[in-house]
Design a protein around this ligand. Structure first.
Ligand SMILES: [Zn+2]
Length: 462
């Protein structure tokens, strides 16, 4: 769809993915001649073109700048695809996201070239070759939080100011504020207002914001359990398994969840809530923990200076995965992937783990309904079930804990009441969450227009 820019059109939004779902997050913003895209995600379940943002719908419009909110794949996995359409786009983000994006994108590329190779077209796969990715790093610039970044696109008619605020989701995550023509727009990105175990809660602008783009991941669950209550429940579970002389397997996303759960476990050991067990980690999670340590003073942390490497850890040896010491003595194993995707360490470990009556598995993150992790969590003890297409039987305990890195509904509502936006665009949530958030906001604010945006539709701001 080509937008015809009359003189009176100053600012517009087009959502290119990530509305009514969690997926290929990306939104286009046209401000007085300058074209900006915020995030370029890859959908975790869809494949090929369906997994990528609808960039073909904005061909003909200026695209000068890509701003990344954080380094999760559903926000950065589509960068090579974006550059196919708009090769001269400059890319900005926080310094930590700059570091993380490089390893996360390489990991995504590896996955596409191996496990998913049959499900993508040759054209799209060619965008993820190492030599192509090398050029992307050169386009990326990292900035500090709160640093005002002035920008004007090639055909821009006025200067805009971009500021990145800590969004409390993972290392380097940011909410993006854009000031233009005397007004402000805030894109929340993935956001968490409360302190997690490692990353401090979001610190956002408190003044009036005209336009707010807000995520709604948890907005459909008004009774989501309290973070600290979940820690207590987790502690009880660990003790229960250890009392039976068993070990606990924690499938965790390498970026974010791994570091948070390591800190939770360590704190529980420090205050004697659980015994001092050997903790096993490894793979991508270990590399990413190194970046958490690198930024432990410069990024808002609950305990500045605390390093994940201060937590005693043994490393998982891939060749000895199914014969490790954790099968012989009570231990905790934190292994990716969080959803137990086929071929990953947590998937391999689960096959032996689930046969052990005295052991337990603790899920701590989002599980897609089609994932092996979801199948295992919803299986019945001592009954056959399908695990990634294979017949299995589970004898071990399985529980799910909600250490969420996304905002609770009430925290979102409180923030919105503070900044009183004129227009709110709800994204990054399923339909139920988006509708529930919309309903709750409209109960509080009468003069705010609320949108559940449609993909590829143009929304005029000014
Ligand atoms: Zn995220």
């Amino acid at each position: 769809m080509l937008i015809i820019h009359f003189d009176f059109v100053v600012a517009e939004l087009i959502f290119l993915g990530g509305v009514g779902e969690l997926g290929a997050n990306s939104v286009y913003l046209y401000i007085d001649g300058t074209g900006i895209i915020i995030d370029a995600g890859l959908h975790p379940r869809k494949r090929d073109k369906d997994a990528l943002p609808a960039y073909e719908s904005i061909i003909g419009n200026p695209v000068d700048l890509l701003i990344l909110t954080h380094a999760h794949t559903d926000h950065i996995g589509g960068i090579p695809y974006l550059l196919k359409f708009f090769p001269h786009t400059k890319i900005i983000m926080t310094k930590a996201t700059r570091d993380l994006a490089e390893i996360m994108l390489k990991d995504t590329a590896k996955l596409l070239q191996t496990e998913l190779v049959a499900e993508y077209s040759i054209d799209n796969l060619s965008l993820y070759k190492p030599e192509v990715l090398e050029n992307i790093w050169m386009l990326m610039d990292g900035y500090n939080y709160y640093e005002g970044i002035k920008f004007c696109g090639y055909a821009g008619r006025s200067e805009i100011k971009i500021t990145l605020y800590p969004s409390g989701h993972i290392l380097g995550s940011a909410s993006v504020k854009i000031d233009f023509g005397g007004e402000s727009l805030l894109h929340s990105g993935d956001i968490q207002f409360i302190n997690q175990a490692v990353i401090a809660g979001a610190d956002l602008p408190k003044h009036h914001i005209e336009y707010l783009l807000i995520e709604s991941t948890n907005a459909g669950e008004p009774n989501l359990p309290d973070y600290n209550d979940e820690i207590k429940r987790f502690s009880k579970y660990v003790n229960q398994i250890v009392d039976k002389n068993g070990s606990i397997l924690i499938p965790a996303f390498a970026l974010g969840k791994t570091q948070e759960v390591l800190k939770i476990i360590y704190s529980l050991m420090q205050n004697n809530s659980i015994p001092n067990l050997t903790i096993y980690t490894g793979g991508l999670g270990k590399i990413i923990s190194g970046f958490y340590d690198k930024y432990c003073y410069s990024v808002p942390m609950v305990k500045p200076g605390f390093e994940i490497s201060d937590i005693p850890q043994e490393y998982i040896i891939w060749d000895e995965l199914l014969t490790g010491k954790y099968f012989k003595e009570p231990s905790i194993v934190v292994a990716s992937s969080g959803m137990m995707n086929k071929g990953t360490a947590s998937y391999q470990l689960a096959q032996r783990w689930m046969k052990l009556k005295n052991s337990g598995i603790a899920f701590i993150g989002y599980l897609d309904e089609s994932s092996p992790g979801y199948e295992l969590l919803h299986s019945d003890m001592n009954k056959d079930f399908k695990f990634a297409g294979k017949k299995e039987r589970r004898m071990c305990e399985v529980k799910n804990f909600r250490f969420t890195s996304h905002a609770y509904l009430n925290d979102i509502l409180n923030y919105i009441s503070d900044i009183k936006p004129s227009k709110i665009y709800i994204n990054h949530g399923d339909l139920l969450s988006s509708e529930n958030l919309s309903m709750r906001i409209s109960q509080n604010l009468n003069n705010t227009q609320i949108y559940l945006p449609e993909k590829k539709k143009t929304y005029k701001l000014l």
